[in-house]
Every structure is written in C-alpha cells, then in structure tokens.
Design a binder for this molecule. Structure first.
Ligand SMILES: *Cc1c(COP(=O)(O)O)cnc(C)c1O
Length: 457
C-alpha cells in the first residue's frame, strides 16, 4: 500500500479540534502592543473589530480548540482534502525522495482560505454581527469570506486593491456571485481612502491601504466587524486542520515527514501545514525540518527586521513583533499577489527567531518554472503563490538526489491557479520579469519602524 497515489479520509475523520501551538511554545510570543499607550492590548481594545470568541482564541494557551459542529458541517463540502504522493514528479526529478502534497485547491474558493473564513463568519454571526468588512489583494481572501458570509447570512464588504480590481474582473464576479459588495481601494467611502486619493487620484492601492479602510469602517459601527485572512493567531490555528489531516494521511502511507515545506505571504497556509508537526517535535516526538518559502521580491523572513510594526499603512492596527519590511514598503508588482505583504505572522516570526523554522527566498521566474514542471507531471496547475512551495519541495528533492537519501517531503499545494492564467501566459511569452525591490525604499521603510518601550524592543 505504500506506493498509493491518493490518500483520502472519510468525512467522519475531519478533525474535531484545531491545534494551538501557543500551548507548546518553549517561550511565549511577545505581547501585542496598543499604539497609543504602548502597553499590551486587552480584549476590550480589540472588541470593536472582532467577536469575543475570536479574541479569546487569539490568546488562549489551550492545546486543542474545539471546531464547532456548524463549521465542520461546512468543511464537509470539501474536507478532508486529499493528500497525494507525487510519483510522476519524483520520476521527472530522478529523486529517491518521497514527495507528498496536501491539496487545498479543492475548496469552493480554490485555496486554503475558506478554512478560516468559515469559522470567522460563524463566530461573528453567533454574536449578532450583521456585516463584515475585509480587504483582498488578488481576490482569494475576498472570495473565501464572501462564500462564508453568505453561508451564515452576513453582509460582506470587500476592499479590493485597485490594480487587482481592474486586472482581475473574474475574482470580483465570484465575490458578487456569493452576494458580496466589492469596492476598489483606495475608495471614497472611508476617510483614509479619501486622504490617499487626495494625494494621488490614480493610486494603484496596496494591501496595507485596503486593511486601513476595512478597519476604519468596522470600528465605526456596532453591527460591523472586521475579518483578516492571515497573520493573526486565530487564523493560523484554524489552518492547522491542513497539517492535522496530513498527519493522519501520512500515517496511512506508513511514513512521517523529514521536511515540511510551505509558502509564506502572511504565514497562514504555512502554519497550517507546519504547526502540528512542529508541535509534535516540541512535545518530544519526531522533529522534521520546516522550510518557509517566500518571494525574493518581498522577503520578510529572510531580509526583514524582527521588530514591532503596524499591520497596515494607515497605522490603525495594534503593533505586533514580526519579521517586517516596514509598513510603508511597497513590493514590486509580481504575480503571487497573496505573498505581497510587508509583514509576517507574529507566531511564524517568533518560531523563526527561536530557530525552529528555516526560510528561503526564490524569484518568480524560478517558481513559475517549478510550477510548470509540476503541472506537467501531476496535472494540477498551481496558484503562483503555491509555486513557491513547489519550488521549495523540488529543491529539497534534488538535495536528496545529490545526497542519495530517500527522505519524505511534505508540502502544501495551497491553491490552484485557474484565475491566474494571465501570469502563466506572460511566463510562456517571456514577459515575466524578475523585478528586484528597491533597496533604498526598503532601508527607508525600515528606518521608519515605530519605537517601543525598551522592555519590549
Ligand atoms: C492568500 C494566499 C497565500 C498567502 O497567504 P498565507 O497566509 O501566507 O497563506 C498563499 N497562497 C494562496 C493560494 C493564497 O490564496
């Protein structure tokens, strides 16, 4: 049975609890600070933006947090997600390594993001919230929240980064199909949006600006809250369902991973596949190497500073300690839109700082050629973001070939690329350029980091 291709679990095997790595950390993560008082934030500071259940999940140190039945009932539409053994890719590479990938593209949105959109919508609806605001770049998170909001009867308002709004009309059409309202950001509906437009009427927008707009609206109305698709502790925890299922599926294949690979934008799909395995190692079980793969043009883990910073451009969010390129840093316009964020999840940053994970960066050209090799071997066209994980896994498999080792490699194929075919077209026509970020701009963004009291610095 050990050379099966597909490892499927029955619906009854959907995990009943998420895994919370905060229970197993050797050192707790640094506190989140209020930007006004510079003191750790309390639940009341976050209450205008999030429902209480989610605020509690943000700080809990309980190891297992129950997944509500209502959430599991929606997860059943696509979960448990399949785990594949990449036999044909192994053969194409001539590697003795065993490559496994967890495929999250089977969700309604085509990525891992509904894993957290569904519980977030559920908890908001359960606490009487009527409307959610959020931001989206390429549109994957906006699509996921629109889907989940519709399931639980919530209105959803999505601020979509202007360039994507103009260039990716299909994503917007999907959000509208689920009943959401989608606005280009910067917009005229918020004070912050109007201030950005006053300075530059043709502003292309950025995730940082769109976050500021969504937060501003949520803070103003009692019936409206905000939902974030990555970075925060509760989001990472909801995604651990990926790693928990993979663990069981690899067990069916009679193996355990030596290396776990994921791509990192804000860090959620990476955390989802990796945290259960890191936790196992922290509790004295088998330790796998854990590799985060990021774009060379937005390298927060490999080139950023580990420091307190804002999550948004308008400086409305609390300060978190994370690997950051600075909140004013604008990465060049590469195609993995989901990876164009200046910061990194505080928990992922903390683990990196503790030396529990490794990080590497690759250019988009290298990642697309890995993605094309993968598609030709395995049949699935990966999202541009997922190509980074594919590239990371291929590099590990080639190392195994050089060293003559038959290690087990697990990676997360976090989404399909069906809405990203323009990027593939550009790759084939040779128009896809590897744009480097501006070193001067990075230095400037880093020099503008907020200063915090010495005890937290
Ligand atoms: C949003 C997205 C990402 C980046 O977000 P993470 O929080 O780092 O996972 C990566 N891949 C896909 C397919 C996405 O939709």
């Amino acid at each position: 049975m050990s050379d099966q291709t597909k490892y499927l679990l029955d619906e009854s095997r959907i995990p009943k609890a998420w895994y919370n790595i905060q229970a197993d950390l050797p050192v707790p993560a640094p506190p989140v600070l209020h930007p006004g008082t510079m003191q750790p934030v309390g639940p009341q500071d976050l209450a205008p933006l999030f429902p209480m259940t989610i605020i509690a999940q943000e700080v809990t140190t309980e190891r297992e947090v129950e997944i509500p039945k209502e959430v599991r009932d929606i997860y059943r539409l696509w979960r448990p997600a399949p785990l594949y053994r990449a036999h044909r890719l192994e053969k194409a590479l001539g590697t003795p390594a065993k490559i496994f990938y967890k495929y999250e593209g089977v969700s309604p949105a085509g990525s891992h993001k509904p894993n957290t959109a569904v519980p977030q919508a559920f908890y908001n609806a359960a606490e009487g919230v009527k409307r959610l605001t959020t931001e989206t770049g390429a549109g994957q998170w906006g699509t996921s929240l629109s889907f989940a909001g519709n399931v639980f009867g919530l209105e959803v308002l999505v601020f979509q980064v202007r360039v994507s709004y103009d260039q990716k009309p299909y994503r917007r059409a999907v959000m509208e199909t689920y009943g959401a309202r989608c606005l280009p950001s910067p917009s005229t509906e918020t004070e912050f949006g109007r201030s950005v437009l006053a300075q530059r009427p043709d502003h292309p927008g950025s995730l940082g600006i769109a976050i500021s707009e969504a937060v501003e609206l949520a803070a103003q109305r009692d019936d409206t809250k905000y939902a974030l698709g990555s970075v925060l502790n509760h989001v990472l925890m909801h995604q651990t369902i990926i790693g928990l299922e993979s663990m069981e599926q690899l067990h069916m294949a009679n193996t355990e991973p030596d290396v776990v690979v994921g791509c990192t934008g804000g860090g959620s799909n990476f955390a989802g596949i990796a945290f259960p395995f890191i936790g196992q190692g922290l509790r004295g079980g088998k330790k796998a190497r854990i590799v985060a793969v990021e774009p060379a043009a937005c390298p927060s883990l490999t080139r950023g500073k580990y420091a307190y910073d804002f999550g948004d451009t308008g400086h409305m969010t609390p300060l978190t300690k994370m690997h950051t390129l600075g909140s004013t840093f604008t990465p060049p316009g590469f195609h993995a839109g989901g990876l164009r964020y200046h910061g990194m999840a505080p928990l992922v940053s903390h683990l990196r700082n503790l030396g529990l994970i490794e990080a590497v960066a690759y250019t988009q050209g290298e990642c697309f050629s890995a993605g094309v090799l993968f598609a030709r071997a395995e049949g699935i066209v990966p999202a541009p973001e997922a190509n980074h994980a594919v590239k990371g896994a291929i590099e590990e498999a080639l190392r195994c070939k050089r060293e003559g080792r038959s290690e087990t490699i697990l990676f997360n194929l976090c989404g399909h690329g069906h809405f990203d075919m323009t990027a593939y077209q550009k790759y084939f026509s040779g128009e896809l350029k590897d744009e480097a970020y501006d070193e001067k701009e990075l230095a400037m963004a880093l020099s503008g980091l907020p200063s915090v009291p010495a005890e937290y610095a």
